[in-house]
Write a protein that binds this ligand. Sequence first.
Ligand code: HEC
Ligand code: HEC
Ligand code: HEC
Ligand code: HEC
Ligand code: HEC
Length: 180
Amino acid sequence: MKAPNLNLKMGRGMGKPGIKILFILGCITLAGAIIGASGDQGSQPIQYNHKLHVEDADLACLDCHQNANTLSRASIPNISICGDCHDDTESENIEERKVAEYVSNGVDIPWVPIHIVPDHVYFSHRRHVKLAQIECKDCHGDVSQMERPFSIAFVNMEMEWCIDCHEERNVTNDCYACHR
Ligand code: HEC
Ligand code: HEC
Ligand code: HEC
Ligand code: HEC
Ligand code: HEC
């Protein structure tokens, strides 16, 4: 990002700390605006509709996110699953046609990941979904009603969020449980 460099350059020439602070505040606001805007941009390659697949096509979350019960990552489905129902490259529905084209070309759909914790954090879906029986909804919102693909996370998956629930449910908050 360019703003901090600019800030250093300007700061050097100016003796007055007041101006420097104002400038830094300006940069922070600017950076905030840039980050805020990029949150909305996460447009997915296909206008995927959860509601249609869950309610109308009667699929369960685990039909597509096949590892949520067994592994740490839930996994995002790709053409091997979509191809079961979408192979009509002549479909009149543009979005469906796009899916069918990925399928017939054997190219994975480049979904943009939205819910991610950093590498130094250990999170396991199996632990929370299978063992603790926490519903997807509690952490991801009512996905079954979503008609547009994800562009932002339902909750900010920050440390406090994890720790608050662990506290409520008497689960360990030992640093090494989550940072291994
Ligand atoms: C037909 C397959 C399918 C079904 C069924 C399905 N999903 Fe998805 N899910 C997807 C696809 C494709 C994406 C990526 C596009 C998007 O973000 O909408 C996705 C994305 C997600 C994400 C965001 C992934 C990320 O990058 O952070 C969550 C959370 C999620 N689904 C939860 C659910 C839940 C909960 C259910 C059940 C109510 C469900 N899904 C049912 C296909 C499916
Ligand atoms: C206790 C909270 C919690 C519950 C319950 C939960 N998730 Fe997640 N989910 C997360 C977190 C945290 C991440 C980010 C994990 C990461 O980066 O490894 C995530 C990421 C995801 C992703 C994208 C990355 C991946 O893991 O492949 C999908 C898809 C997803 N969840 C689907 C589901 C589905 C479907 C369910 C219910 C069967 C579910 N989640 C239940 C917290 C939860
Ligand atoms: C079990 C069958 C089934 C699977 C698997 C499936 N779909 Fe669908 N999909 C449907 C049905 C049914 C419709 C609605 C009727 C139609 O448009 O064909 C639909 C419609 C669509 C549409 C058009 C949506 C709209 O809003 O008009 C898209 C895009 C789509 N699916 C993407 C996907 C993707 C991506 C996957 C894989 C993650 C997938 N589907 C997996 C059955 C399925
Ligand atoms: C909605 C409540 C809730 C949220 C949010 C939540 N957890 Fe948990 N977590 C639990 C429960 C309940 C257990 C106990 C599961 C069991 O029965 O083993 C658990 C267990 C764990 C464990 C295993 C602890 C041990 O005993 O070794 C880890 C690691 C963990 N969670 C990490 C996370 C991380 C990282 C996050 C945030 C990204 C998170 N959790 C968010 C409820 C939650
Ligand atoms: C229940 C899970 C959990 C526990 C317990 C936990 N953390 Fe974290 N921690 C996280 C998650 C998730 C993140 C990443 C999201 C964030 O930065 O808020 C994180 C991020 C961090 C970071 C990086 C912050 C940053 O700004 O990049 C540090 C440092 C950290 N934790 C230290 C600790 C220490 C020290 C403890 C013990 C007192 C601890 N954590 C306990 C889940 C946990």
